[in-house]
Design a protein around this ligand. Structure first.
Ligand code: FES
Length: 112
Protein backbone atom coordinates (compact mmCIF):
# COMPACT_ATOMS: atom_id res chain seq x y z
CA UNK A 1 0.00 0.00 0.00
CA UNK A 2 1.20 3.50 -0.77
CA UNK A 3 1.30 5.74 2.27
CA UNK A 4 -0.25 9.17 2.40
CA UNK A 5 3.09 10.76 3.27
CA UNK A 6 6.30 10.60 1.31
CA UNK A 7 9.44 10.24 3.47
CA UNK A 8 12.18 12.43 2.02
CA UNK A 9 14.86 12.00 4.67
CA UNK A 10 16.17 13.23 8.02
CA UNK A 11 15.52 16.77 9.18
CA UNK A 12 19.27 17.08 9.89
CA UNK A 13 20.01 16.55 6.22
CA UNK A 14 18.45 19.93 5.43
CA UNK A 15 20.65 22.84 6.52
CA UNK A 16 19.14 25.20 9.11
CA UNK A 17 17.57 28.13 7.18
CA UNK A 18 18.22 26.15 4.03
CA UNK A 19 16.37 23.83 1.76
CA UNK A 20 16.57 20.76 -0.38
CA UNK A 21 14.73 19.96 -3.54
CA UNK A 22 12.64 16.95 -4.38
CA UNK A 23 12.30 16.06 -8.04
CA UNK A 24 8.83 15.16 -9.24
CA UNK A 25 8.73 12.92 -12.22
CA UNK A 26 6.92 14.69 -15.03
CA UNK A 27 6.15 17.65 -12.80
CA UNK A 28 7.55 20.63 -11.02
CA UNK A 29 10.36 20.31 -8.52
CA UNK A 30 9.45 20.82 -4.87
CA UNK A 31 11.54 22.86 -2.44
CA UNK A 32 11.51 21.74 1.20
CA UNK A 33 12.64 24.43 3.65
CA UNK A 34 13.93 24.14 7.22
CA UNK A 35 13.53 27.26 9.34
CA UNK A 36 15.71 28.46 12.22
CA UNK A 37 13.16 27.04 14.69
CA UNK A 38 13.25 23.62 13.02
CA UNK A 39 9.92 23.75 11.24
CA UNK A 40 9.57 22.40 7.71
CA UNK A 41 7.59 23.83 4.83
CA UNK A 42 7.33 22.74 1.23
CA UNK A 43 6.49 24.78 -1.85
CA UNK A 44 6.66 24.22 -5.56
CA UNK A 45 10.17 25.46 -6.41
CA UNK A 46 8.94 28.38 -8.48
CA UNK A 47 8.60 32.01 -7.48
CA UNK A 48 5.17 33.50 -8.31
CA UNK A 49 6.94 36.51 -9.85
CA UNK A 50 9.04 35.14 -12.73
CA UNK A 51 9.64 31.59 -11.70
CA UNK A 52 12.87 32.02 -9.70
CA UNK A 53 14.15 28.95 -7.84
CA UNK A 54 12.94 29.55 -4.29
CA UNK A 55 15.20 26.74 -3.02
CA UNK A 56 18.17 29.04 -3.74
CA UNK A 57 16.67 31.83 -1.65
CA UNK A 58 17.44 33.00 1.84
CA UNK A 59 15.16 31.65 4.58
CA UNK A 60 14.39 34.22 7.27
CA UNK A 61 11.75 33.63 9.91
CA UNK A 62 8.99 31.71 8.14
CA UNK A 63 9.65 33.36 4.77
CA UNK A 64 12.03 32.89 1.89
CA UNK A 65 13.51 35.70 -0.19
CA UNK A 66 13.57 34.84 -3.89
CA UNK A 67 17.15 34.93 -5.21
CA UNK A 68 16.17 36.73 -8.42
CA UNK A 69 14.33 39.91 -7.41
CA UNK A 70 14.07 39.48 -3.66
CA UNK A 71 10.33 38.99 -3.31
CA UNK A 72 9.47 37.57 0.09
CA UNK A 73 7.28 34.50 0.03
CA UNK A 74 5.49 33.24 3.16
CA UNK A 75 6.45 29.59 3.60
CA UNK A 76 3.16 28.59 5.24
CA UNK A 77 0.90 30.01 2.52
CA UNK A 78 3.09 30.49 -0.55
CA UNK A 79 1.81 34.08 -0.74
CA UNK A 80 4.05 36.93 -1.77
CA UNK A 81 4.36 39.42 1.07
CA UNK A 82 4.18 43.21 1.14
CA UNK A 83 3.27 45.02 -2.06
CA UNK A 84 3.88 41.97 -4.21
CA UNK A 85 1.04 39.78 -5.40
CA UNK A 86 1.20 36.12 -6.31
CA UNK A 87 1.15 32.68 -4.80
CA UNK A 88 3.18 29.52 -5.09
CA UNK A 89 1.44 26.17 -4.43
CA UNK A 90 2.05 24.79 -0.93
CA UNK A 91 2.75 21.11 -0.26
CA UNK A 92 1.77 19.92 3.24
CA UNK A 93 4.92 18.91 5.13
CA UNK A 94 5.63 17.63 8.65
CA UNK A 95 8.28 16.05 10.81
CA UNK A 96 7.75 12.63 12.35
CA UNK A 97 10.42 10.89 14.41
CA UNK A 98 13.05 13.20 12.94
CA UNK A 99 12.04 12.34 9.37
CA UNK A 100 10.66 14.91 6.96
CA UNK A 101 7.42 13.90 5.28
CA UNK A 102 5.55 15.63 2.48
CA UNK A 103 2.02 14.96 1.33
CA UNK A 104 2.10 12.44 -1.48
CA UNK A 105 -1.24 13.49 -2.99
CA UNK A 106 -0.12 17.12 -3.21
CA UNK A 107 3.07 15.98 -4.84
CA UNK A 108 1.04 14.25 -7.51
CA UNK A 109 -1.23 17.26 -7.90
CA UNK A 110 1.79 19.53 -8.26
CA UNK A 111 2.99 17.23 -10.98
CA UNK A 112 -0.29 17.39 -12.90
S1 FES B 1 11.43 35.66 -9.87
FE1 FES B 1 11.28 35.71 -7.72
S2 FES B 1 11.29 37.78 -7.23
FE2 FES B 1 11.35 37.76 -9.39
Amino acid sequence: MIGEWLDIGWLQEIPVRGSRTVPVEGGEEIAVFRTGDDKVFALVNRCPHKGGPLSAGLVHGHSVACPLHNWNIALATGQAKGEDKGCTPVIPAKISGGRVLICRASTLKAAA
